[in-house]
Design a protein around this ligand. Structure first.
Ligand code: CUA
Length: 188
């Protein structure tokens, strides 16, 4: 049970749903209370409003589920679990974050290599965010010192210079905490 929660994105999704459940129930309660027919003026047929109400709430729930289920594959924890399960070769890279720089055991990779970043912080809370050369953020990790090392598998597709930035405020030089990763054309 706990393995399921820790090792797959579905576990994280389930836990998240669980925590959101009380809010969702309260939200539904408020909506239904507020949508009780008004006994005063008004001309619309009550039955019609009732049907619309269920159709509307139903479509919101369906939309919520569709968006979540379709986007789960993009959660880094899910792609990590998949990469490990697939048995493909994974290159381990150790990253140590310290105010205000990174120590990265390997900074250059061939495109298409699956890289596992084993990241830890040794002083305070830092982030490890990697940006595609086009500026889009690919993933970010929050590093809490003293906690079991975080690791994540990522496969770089495009060659280029990838920026690494700390996205957790970590003191006076937080803004200067960045680094670079270089992805080269696959050498065949
Ligand atoms: Cu390290 Cu901000």
């Amino acid at each position: 049970m706990l393995d399921f929660i820790y090792q797959t994105g579905w576990g994280a999704f389930t836990v998240m749903l669980f925590f959101q459940l009380p809010f969702a129930l309260f939200f539904l309660y408020v909506v239904f209370r507020k949508s009780a027919p008004n006994s005063g003026s008004g001309t619309a047929a009550e039955g019609k409003i009732n049907v619309l109400k269920y159709v509307w709430m139903g479509s919101v729930v369906v939309l919520f589920l569709i968006v979540n289920i379709l986007s789960i594959q993009f959660i880094p924890a899910v792609s990590t679990a998949r990469a490990i399960a697939s048995g493909e070769p994974i290159l381990d890279v150790d990253v140590k974050a310290e105010s205000w720089s990174y120590e990265i055991s390997k900074r250059e990779f061939d495109a298409g290599t699956a890289v596992r970043f084993n990241v830890k912080s040794v002083d305070t809370v830092h982030g490890f965010a990697v940006y595609h050369p086009n500026g889009k953020i690919l993933f970010t990790m929050m590093l809490v010192p003293g906690v079991k090392d975080s690791s994540l598998v990522y496969k770089f597709k495009d060659p280029g210079v990838y920026k690494v930035r700390c996205l957790e405020y970590c003191g006076i030089a937080h803004h200067g905490m960045f680094d670079e990763i270089i992805v080269k054309e696959r050498s065949s």
